[in-house]
Design a protein around this ligand. Structure first.
Ligand code: EPU
Length: 425
């Protein structure tokens, strides 16, 4: 339950990136020995990935807050449990490392999810190009290869997950792999940095062309995960929507450029100093148009939060979704709070209103849930958000506690219920 109308003030520290930690934990499969990964956020999705590693006979545990140790020894199992892949689609990321390390993997095919159909065809085409046989059998993907061989792979779309899958598999392939039209997200660069510490030879991560020279083996390594750019952006919008003044610490400013730009265009004050960002707002924001795109474009993972802010803007903004086909679930809920939004194909036309009203709403995916929490901060009265444990808490470390420390009035009304079969990570 969020009671709106409080100006948020104070300091808050951003946690490590969920979407960096997940593939890095999957990549530990490629190594031998003890990996120590730090700045890992304490989230249900991370626990799911640790369970996945354990199911493969790998020792993986949180040893201290935000530190995960993964011990990889000789015997690794090849089959991923259905139950874990249906909980979190990012579990599918183990396919590349498992194939490269053991020559065989059998992984349940992830289904669609709340934000789109999200196929894995680009991942599989990439593995095929490296010489793997790919078969679909009874809902599982079976991939096998005696020895992967490097090749030039042109992606149909710069998919984050597919770039990660191919990059991980290619580290142990014979010869050189060139990924063209690669995703450029900071999480790709973080994964490449970790793999290079393990002895991989990857260059060009962060650009459209990534070159991987295969090596014989990878050793375990230590790695500190980058700050979560989407959490940073979400906190910036919290300052803007509550007309507050927040100092956000542990931000890689280059990673949040597009969000900062949009906030500045809408009249929000953003001051950057090193890895700290102060966000201040005292008026209604001005409407700005947004189009989500692969990095360095505006992130789809910030679209729902900006839609919440634009609901209260002066003027009309057009928000176009260019990455997922069904990422407007939050719009129906924002309308229940009094927002004036019309959906036209892949765009939302948002006519800003002067006030939102608290209402009972449903969080249907992670970022949509965060957007509703933000809308609740800027609304009059009480907003009751259902299912926060199934969505918001999967991807944001203690978001409610962080907002409360900044002066928000938020109460959790029940204990975390069963972690169910929904998935949007
Ligand atoms: N796509 C295909 N075929 C594929 C792979 C992707 O058609 O084989 C399509 C997808 O259906 C989608 C688009 O390509 O329409 C982009 O998907 P991408 O593969 O780039 O996304 P992802 O790897 O599945 C990661 C994040 C998402 C984030 C997207 C885009 C993780 C664990 N997840 O997903 O994060 O939205 O990149 O930046 O890294 C979130 O954190 O809330 C979240 C959904």
């Amino acid at each position: 339950m969020v009671k709106g109308g409080r100006r948020l003030e104070g300091e808050v520290t951003v946690s490590g990136s969920k979407n960096s930690s997940l593939p890095i934990l999957a990549a530990t499969i490629l190594t031998q020995g003890l990996n120590t990964i730090t700045s890992v956020p304490d989230l249900l999705d991370i626990q799911t990935m640790l369970r996945m590693l354990r199911s493969l006979n790998i020792r993986a545990e949180y040893s201290q807050p935000h530190t995960v140790r993964v011990w990889v020894n000789h015997y690794i199992k090849h089959v991923a449990p259905y139950e874990l892949v249906t909980k979190m689609r990012a579990s599918f990321f183990i396919i590349g490392p498992l194939l490269a390390k053991t020559g065989f993997a059998k992984i349940p095919l992830p289904g669609g999810c709340a934000i789109g159909s999200r196929p894995v065809d680009i991942h599989l085409k990439g593995l095929q190009a490296l010489g793997a046989d790919v078969e679909l059998e009874h809902g599982f993907v079976k991939v096998q290869a005696r020895k992967l061989k490097g090749d030039r792979i042109l992606l149909d779309f710069p998919s984050v997950g597919a770039t990660e899958t191919i990059m991980m598999a290619a580290t142990l392939a014979e010869g050189e792999t060139l990924i063209e039209n690669a995703a450029r997200e900071p999480e790709i660069t973080d994964l490449a940095d970790y793999l290079n510490k393990c002895g991989a030879q990857i260059s060009g991560a962060g650009s459209e062309q990534i070159k991987i020279l295969g090596v014989k083996e990878l050793k375990a390594s230590d790695h500190n995960v980058i700050p979560d750019r989407i959490e940073a952006g979400t906190l910036m919008v919290a300052a803007a929507i509550s007309r507050g003044n927040i100092l956000i610490k542990n931000v890689n400013v280059a990673h949040v450029d597009s969000t900062i730009l949009k906030l500045q265009q809408s009249g929000v004050t953003v001051e950057v100093k090193g890895d700290q960002v102060r966000v201040k707002a005292s008026h209604r924001p001005k409407a700005v148009d947004i189009k989500t795109q692969p990095y360095p474009g505006f992130p789809t993972d910030m679209q729902p939060q900006l839609a919440a802010l634009m609901s209260l803007a002066e003027g009309t903004s057009v928000i176009s979704e260019g990455v997922f086909e069904n990422r407007f679930m939050h719009v129906h809920e924002l309308k229940r709070m009094g927002a004036d939004i019309r959906l036209e194909g892949q765009s939302a036309i948002v006519n800003g209103v002067a006030k939102l009203q608290g209402a009972p709403v449903k969080s249907r995916d992670l970022r949509a849930g965060a957007a509703l929490m933000l809308a609740g901060l800027g609304a009059e009265g009480e907003t009751l958000i259902e299912d926060i444990d199934r969505f918001i808490e999967r991807g944001y470390e203690k978001l409610d506690k962080k907002l409360i420390a900044l002066g928000a009035e938020i109460k959790e009304l029940r204990n975390i219920a069963e972690y169910e079969d929904e998935d949007n990570a």
